[in-house]
Design a protein around this ligand. Sequence first.
Ligand SMILES: Nc1nc2c(ncn2[C@@H]2O[C@H](COP(=O)(O)OP(=O)(O)OP(=O)(O)O)[C@@H](O)[C@H]2O)c(=O)[nH]1
Ligand SMILES: [Mg+2]
Length: 461
Amino acid sequence: MKRNQLQNNTDTIVAIATAPGRGGVGIVRLSGGDLSRFITGLLAGDKILQPRVATYSRFIDALGDSIDEGMALVFPSPNSFTGENVLELQGHGGPVVMDRLVQRCVELGARLARPGEFSERAFLNDKMDLAQAEAIADLIDASSFEAARSAVRSMQGEFSKLVNQLVENMIQLRIYVEAAIDFPEEEIDFLADKNLRDNLRSLAAELADILYRARQGSLLRDGMTMVLAGKPNAGKSSLLNALAGNETAIVTAVPGTTRDVLRERVVVDGMPLNIVDTAGLRETEDEIEQEGVRRAWNEIEQADVVVFVVDIMQTSEPVLEDIWPEYFVRYPAARQPVILVLNKIDLCDQPPGALSNREGCFALSAQDRRGFAELGAYLHRMAGYQGQAEGLFSARRRHLDALIKAQDLVVAGIQQLELAGAGELLAEDLRQAQNHLSEITGQFSSDDLLGRIFSSFCIGK
Ligand SMILES: Nc1nc2c(ncn2[C@@H]2O[C@H](COP(=O)(O)OP(=O)(O)OP(=O)(O)O)[C@@H](O)[C@H]2O)c(=O)[nH]1
Ligand SMILES: [Mg+2]
């Protein structure tokens, strides 16, 4: 992959940079290549644009008729967002006006930008790294004050700085380990070197710290996915409605009411949560319901946390293994956390809240909302959510995966060293761990990964 070389010989891309719809001002942005034909072709009179100075002008079509009038701004390479020559036309923010300006740019030889293409070019021209580019998209998409604050920190390079520092430490260790392997006659008995072990351990600790903070940041951004599962009529849809504060799901006394998967994004005491309501799990002849049950299992499999809802009146002993054996049959090993909710306590004398003798078991009423605070607090604790963005940075699932892989490798490497004295294996683990970390900032990344990341951005960004 080519970086560090300004790609000013690229074609010119154009897009509306402002949000679609009507607004006081709308901006059309061009980037790449020689922009002089756009300046002469679009601006009335022979306008000479000073770099980064707003110049008032009429914007004209091929016949010289006015499309609009406004400000033109040129940012010569390399001092622009993309690092290329950039021209901005700030006109009136009407969709027709904006479209005509874009059309005129296309007539003059520009090509419509793909989603995220401006950011992609900024990345390729070393204006920012991958984590920073992603943070811009996260800032634009931020749904809460905290999420926006942590996105800004990532955008300004806080996250990247930590990752780069980690990579740097890893390189130092690798140099040492590989030198010891390559020059055994030097008699650096590196396996016995206490310094090496200490350094490896502190590397693992640093990784764990960054991972913790990245997890928090990713929670702020995405929230956990919590799937409501259970037998028909347990009150899953009622619980969804109560948590969401609206009547999203149909609730009836008929078992098998819900067939489709319903999704609702809610904020529980500042923590975003993606709740998924599913069809009641049961054997059924009904074809539609069968499909609903199949989809329910699908969602259960992908959940960060599963809430298994039961009707307390139908339940004698709240032991998950007995109440929901199918789950343990399907997933004998690695499972996500499951919370057991005993619903409808308004019908009996069970007090609301956590059951003292059972971890992760809560009594509540979806009808009168008793017991909700305890469940909410438990979810917060489970997610490790601190509720404050101090020292956090926005992070994505992709970043977490890379950090986790790097951590696993470092831990494995330490074991190779301590148990087997295997220096070569340690060296290989460290090499791979470094590659995973470098994926975060994009120093080491495939075109495929870049394509996936930037195509999820909005057009004009
Ligand atoms: N008394 C009482 N009734 C409840 C409570 N929660 C739900 N119900 C009732 O239980 C019945 C089923 O509720 P739903 O929310 O539709 O149950 P569900 O689990 O989504 O059912 P399916 O969609 O059929 O799987 C309805 O009649 C609700 O009014 C509760 O906390 N207390
Ligand atoms: Mg339902």
